[in-house]
Design a protein around this ligand. Structure first.
Ligand code: AMP
Ligand code: GLY
Length: 428
């Protein structure tokens, strides 16, 4: 079978690499891909949002399965467009992808399903929001633009003045454009965060092993938020008992409520959770994503032993319940993101990268590419903010971390930086 992966990040490299290992797959294409997917698969120069061209390609090449990585094409309806043409595609349709594309839609589903989450109010103008903040000035809040804002539409506020400023940024400055036409103000939660991803066909839920991301740019969780500077799995913070609790109190009611709402979800449902360990409600939902996390996907797929094609096809045919549970390598995996100077702000591109082969010669290490490209001479060069996700397995998290950083130390380019403490939260 031929498989097409849509996207160009580290998540899509990991998906292409894993799908390529399936006994059912003889060819993997990635559109548009990066320098890493050019090696592990074949790149197709079509943008992830150019649906007519992607459909034309999938038909011409007789692609048997298309897997959509990023949220933007999902929320724009890529799955609806492919299905209309009779093409087999893994991911939620446009309506179901609102779980990520609209924070208000997501909150309504959570509320209807009694899923634990922060209390919130919905707004569409500055005046009402400021009046609300003045009435509730003692409450720590988070202000969130409703729509997709490249991960930047969430403003965590330390005090009332910051919250009023956040509202101004959304309404008056229109920092997030139309994504901020509506917004929510919600209770600020505290605790450690964890990511629990599940694959669902809307009838059966297959929960993946828990993972933890590192969103702040710098060591010790300081600095601006990023797309994620590293991840590891499993997350010892989410033990088996807690994972079961999350399945029955978070994932099951979410999937059930989506069905009742006539927006059945088929794809990856990613719960971003604030852990409240030791309380009656050990986890509350911060957000849902409608896809694999990046970089969580990289350590998760390093550990996954089940053939992903079988799982994705079962979701498309709604027979996930007939499959055995997912099998994972018991060894933990750690992924360290190597970034360009300037990230998460703007960064220069085009710096040659050396040492990737050396890094990959270490056993149980895989270097997933994100912002990379091949230059005219065929050299691998930087092409974005998050450049590589260096991922390693080890007998323990400490061992996986040591191995990942040993691999990182072999790789160089001008301006490279990375966090030095990925997975430390898991090492007690
Ligand atoms: P989101 O895109 O909704 O996951 O938000 C991005 C980040 O903002 C999360 O990973 C949290 O660190 C933070 N965040 C979101 N909602 C809340 C909340 N209610 N309380 C505290 N922090 C939050
Ligand atoms: N790593 C967070 C995300 O993919 O949204």
């Amino acid at each position: 079978m031929k498989v097409l992966v849509i996207g160009n990040g580290g998540r899509e490299h990991a998906l292409a690499w894993k799908l390529g290992q399936s006994r059912k797959v003889d060819k993997v294409y990635v559109a548009p891909g990066n320098a890493g997917t050019a090696v592990d698969a074949e790149n197709v120069p079509i943008a992830a949002t150019n649906f007519p061209e992607l459909i034309r390609f999938a038909k011409a090449e007789r692609v048997g399965l298309t897997v959509v990585g990023p949220e933007l094409p999902l929320t724009l309806g890529i799955v609806d467009a492919f299905e209309k043409e009779g093409l087999r595609v893994f991911g939620p349709n446009r309506r179901a992808a609102q779980m990520e594309g609209s924070k208000i839609f997501c909150k309504k589903i959570l509320r209807a399903g009694s899923v634990p989450t922060a209390a919130y109010s919905e707004f569409d103008n500055q005046q009402d929001a400021v009046a609300y903040l003045n009435r509730n000035s003692e409450l720590p809040v988070v202000v969130k633009a409703d729509g997709l804002a490249a991960g930047k539409g969430v403003i965590v506020c330390d005090n009332g003045a910051e919250a009023i400023d956040a509202v101004k940024r959304i309404c008056a400055d229109r920092e997030f454009g139309d994504a901020g036409n509506r917004f929510i103000i919600e209770e600020r939660l505290t605790g450690q965060e964890a990511s629990v991803l599940a694959i669902t066909d809307s009838k059966t839920i297959m929960t993946l092993q828990p993972a933890q991301d590192h969103k702040p740019a710098f060591d010790g969780d300081r600095g601006p938020n990023t797309g994620g500077m590293g991840a590891y799995s499993p997350a010892p913070l989410v033990d088996d008992e807690t994972l079961h609790w999350i399945e029955s109190h978070v994932l099951v009611p979410t999937v059930h409520t989506l069905n009742k709402n006539e927006t059945p979800f088929r794809g990856v449902l990613y719960a971003g959770l604030m852990m409240q360990t030791g309380t009656k409600t050990p986890a509350k939902v911060l957000e849902y994503n409608a896809r694999f996390g990046d970089p969580e996907c990289q350590p998760l797929l390093m550990r996954l032993q089940t053939d992903l094609v079988d799982v994705f096809e079962a979701v498309i045919d709604q027979r996930l319940g007939l499959l055995p549970p997912l099998a994972f390598d018991q060894r933990p995996a750690v992924c360290v993101v190597m970034a360009s100077k300037g990230y998460p702000g703007s960064s220069e591109k085009g710096f040659p990268i050396t040492g990737i082969e050396d890094a990959e010669s270490i056993p149980d290490v895989k270097v997933f590419h994100a912002g990379t490209a091949l230059d005219k001479e065929g050299r691998v060069v930087t092409n974005g903010g998050r450049v590589l996700g260096v991922t390693a397995l080890g007998e323990t998290i400490a061992e996986a971390k040591r191995r990942a950083y040993e691999a990182v130390s072999k790789i160089h380019w001008q301006g490279v930086w990375y966090r030095k403490d990925i997975s430390d939260k898991a090492i007690f």
